[in-house]
Design a protein around this ligand. Structure first.
Ligand SMILES: Cc1cc2nc3c(=O)[nH]c(=O)nc-3n(C[C@H](O)[C@H](O)[C@H](O)COP(=O)(O)O)c2cc1C
Length: 188
C-alpha cells in the first residue's frame, strides 16, 4: 500500500504550538503518522507543500474556468501538475494543515483550490473513492479546527473521495489524538 502525506506548514520549531519537544504541531503529526504507517509496512511519500512552488489559481479562462475544466490540468507552469499527476499512484492520502484564522493554511487553500478545479469534474479521476484523512492542527484554544475540517468536508463533497478521518489536534489533546490517528490509519 502506498500513502502520500502532504503537510502545509513551514515550521520546524514552534514553541507556541507544541511543548515539550519544540517541534511544530503539524510536523509532530507528520512524524506520528509516518511512525504509525511504518508499523503497517506502508510505502510512504511525504511532501512539505510549503517548500513547493504552487501559485494561486488565476481563474484564467472564460466564465472563471481555464483548461482545468476539460483538460484536467492547470495552465500554470509550477509544481502543481506534477504533484496532481503523481497522486494517482497512491492508495490513500493524509492531509495535515495548521489552523490559521480558523481556516486551513494559505498553502493548503491554494493547493486544494486548484485540485478541486482540475479533478472535481473529471470523469476519469484517479482520486475518486480513494481514502484520505484530514488533520487540523491549532494553537491555543483549538478554535477553528472544526471550521477547517468542514472545509475538507466540502472538498470531499466535490472530489467524491472517501474521508476516513477528520482530526482536530491541539497541543493539549495531541496525546489522545495519537490513538485516533492510529484508529484512522488502520482503515487504510
Ligand atoms: C497566522 C496565524 C493564524 C493563526 N490562527 C489560529 C486560529 O485561528 N486558531 C488557533 O487555534 N490557532 C491559530 N494559530 C496558531 C496555530 O494554529 C498553531 O501555531 C498551530 O500549532 C500551527 O501549527 P504549527 O505548530 O505546525 O506551526 C495561528 C497561527 C498563525 C501563524
Amino acid at each position: 500500500m502506498k500513502i502520500l502525506i502532504l503537510s502545509f506548514s513551514n515550521n520546524t520549531v514552534n514553541k507556541d504550538s507544541f511543548i515539550p519537544n519544540e517541534k511544530g504541531l503539524t510536523l509532530a503529526c507528520v512524524d506520528e503518522c509516518i511512525n504509525l504507517l511504518k508499523e503497517k509496512n506502508t510505502n510512504i511519500e511525504y511532501i512539505c507543500m510549503n517548500k513547493k512552488n504552487i501559485k494561486k489559481c488565476m481563474a484564467c479562462g472564460e466564465r472563471g474556468w481555464g483548461i482545468c475544466l476539460e483538460q484536467h490540468k492547470c495552465a500554470m507552469n509550477d509544481d502543481f501538475n506534477e504533484i496532481y499527476n503523481s497522486m494517482s499512484n497512491y492508495d490513500g492520502y493524509i492531509f495535515i494543515t495548521p489552523v490559521y484564522f480558523w481556516e486551513m493554511s494559505e498553502s493548503a487553500k491554494t493547493f486544494f483550490d486548484r485540485l478541486k478545479r482540475c479533478d472535481a469534474f473529471n470523469d476519469e479521476s484517479k482520486l475518486r473513492n480513494k481514502k484520505f484523512m484530514a488533520i487540523a492542527c491549532a494553537g491555543g484554544s483549538g478554535n477553528g479546527t472544526e471550521n477547517t475540517l468542514q472545509a475538507f468536508d466540502v472538498f470531499n463533497h466535490f472530489m467524491k473521495m472517501d474521508m476516513i478521518g477528520r482530526l482536530p489536534v491541539t497541543r493539549f489533546n495531541f496525546e489522545e489524538q495519537k490513538e485516533e490517528m492510529k484508529e484512522c490509519i488502520s482503515k487504510f
